[in-house]
Design a protein around this ligand. Sequence first.
Ligand code: MG
Ligand code: MG
Length: 271
Amino acid sequence: MVKIKTREEIEIMRESALVVSRTLGMLAAEIKPGVNALYLDKLAEEFIREQGAEPGFLGMYDFPNTLNMSPNAQVVHGIPNKEPLKDGDIISVDCGALKNGFYGDHAYTFEVGEVAPETKKLLQVTKKSLYLGIQEFKVGNRVGDVGYAVQKYCEDHGYGVVRELVGHGLGTKLHEGPEMPNYGKRGRGKKFQEGMVVAIEPMINMGTKRIKQLKDGWTILTADGLPSAHFEHNVALVNGKPELLSTFKYIYEALGIESDEEEAFRKTPIA
Ligand code: MG
Ligand code: MG
């Protein structure tokens, strides 16, 4: 079900989103060869609680951890383990937080050490597709306009767009309506309305769009074993236009990256 948010609720949700943004920023400084995902998971859990929030994924549908950590060919829903990260890996980190009754939920794919140029390209294209999708989340458009923008850009680069997993509405529930597929047709699907809040989250594979699931019942990986990337933002529809509630600013500060990619979608600068 789609639940429209008031301005007040959107401001509460901004804080929930920022708990996650800060957590991803903290992790950005810790992700390096030799570190394991389970260690990062514990850091994240503590850091979320220090901000007066609860880990959003821990125990949700019986998920055992705070973070979904999906290295290399894993698309999403990877379970943190003690395997050390290696130079040249990528790792998609999806994080949720519940604060004041509302969820934040976003994700970033990190490079571990020195990553192959073709993998860097996959990350760049996937992240760019996220913003192309966000740009279409406006009054007058429909769900298919966002999906079309993501799919077109990624497929033009020869990548596979995962079909089975989709973005979603966000609020007092982690998954609300509408579903936000990363593929679609222009002008099709549910109409966007003022006060909607959604998680837009392209999951893009270097090779085939096909996926499989590990016997753990969670981990989704590419069918051909090639890498996959995942970037996710939380976006509110305010004054007819997309407004970012989440930010990658803390990640970029930790990594020394200059970026103005969020400026067009931001009402006020984040402190
Ligand atoms: Mg997520
Ligand atoms: Mg999500």
